[in-house]
Design a protein around this ligand. Structure first.
Ligand code: ATP
Length: 290
């Protein structure tokens, strides 16, 4: 995995780069690469994004970029503004700054338009319809396509069931009776029914047992190979940096560090602040129960 990761990520030698204590070079926080200078074109470019709740500004001009077909993670502590950032990108929250999806300015577009364009969000609380079946929750993911007149959704359902056999087994079960891991799978499956080109995941590991977390992260890595880009917000920094190509550290509303995921994982400040305790937990998860 690490060899693969080192081959990806940001171009070196950008003006203003600073060496990290580990010897790798990390990009200065808050700067945005010019379009076209990266190895891969950007599917998402967020520039100087600010969001306020009343008089309190939660995000202070943060910038991130997601290369097409890559996994980019935003890590940071509780209350850093990660969920706020995803909400603003998706159009759920008013914001200032630039949000470009596939080269197009979407900041004034409604959520439905962004979904139809290929943006999907799996929210932290999953937000499933608990009194509806698994199958109906999946179908709701394709609602915008149904409204456009598409009636042949069987192929998409079959693909989701192939990826999540557990959902197929439980397709007639009410979503409210699923386990935590199954609920996360259903939330992912429902997002896939929108045929996203950018999948934004808010804390997919939240509340899940370590072995289930490992399964979810395997699924996330596998999704990248289908060409979908993933923006992954996580407090589980170790797991996120293992699966991601590039990462940003968000603290109290500011991007304070960014770099290739492997470089961030080796950065002493990241290790000390975000990987110290997680290291023990991840090791236990890898060893398994016995
Ligand atoms: P967590 O991992 O705990 O979800 P986060 O990084 O996602 O944290 P946010 O939920 O985006 O952080 O919150 C960022 C800041 O904005 C916090 O100080 C939070 O209290 C505040 N905030 C979030 N939602 C609201 C709201 N609806 N009204 C007022 N303040 C809010």
């Amino acid at each position: 995995m690490s060899r693969e990761l080192q081959g990806r990520g940001a171009p070196e030698g950008t003006e203003g780069d600073r060496p990290s204590a580990s010897g790798s070079r990390l990009r200065p926080a808050g700067t945005l690469r010019e379009t076209g200078t990266a190895e891969e074109p950007a599917i998402l470019e967020v520039e100087r994004l600010s969001v306020s709740y009343g008089k309190v500004e939660a995000l202070h001009g943060a910038g991130i970029r997601v290369a097409a077909g890559s996994i980019v993670t935003v890590i940071g502590p509780n209350g850093a503004g990660k969920t706020t950032m995803l909400g603003a990108i998706m159009g759920l929250l008013p914001c200032r700054g630039g949000v470009r999806f596939d080269g197009r300015d979407v900041r004034r577009e409604e959520v439905e338009v962004r979904v139809a364009a290929g943006m999907a969000l799996v929210p932290e609380k999953r937000e499933l319809f608990g009194d509806m079946t698994v199958a109906d929750n999946l179908l709701l993911g394709a609602f915008h396509r149904y409204r456009r007149g598409e009636r042949r959704l069987d192929g998409d359902m079959a693909q989701v069931y192939a990826r999540f056999p557990r959902l197929q087994e439980r397709r007639h079960q009410l979503a409210g009776t699923l386990s935590g891991g199954e609920r996360q799978m259903l939330a992912l499956g429902r997002a896939l029914m929108t045929r996203p080109r950018l999948l934004m995941l808010d804390e997919p590991s939240l509340g899940l047992a370590p072995l289930i977390v490992r399964d979810i992260f395997r699924i996330i890595a596998d999704l990248r190979s289908t060409g979908v880009a993933i923006l992954l917000v996580e407090q589980n920094a170790r797991a996120a940096l293992q699966v991601a190509d590039y990462g940003y550290v968000l603290e109290t509303g500011d991007v304070v560090l960014e770099g290739a995921a492997a470089e961030l994982a080796a950065n002493p400040r990241v290790i000390e602040t975000y990987l110290g305790l997680a290291a023990a937990g991840a090791g236990a998860a890898e060893r398994g129960p016995g």
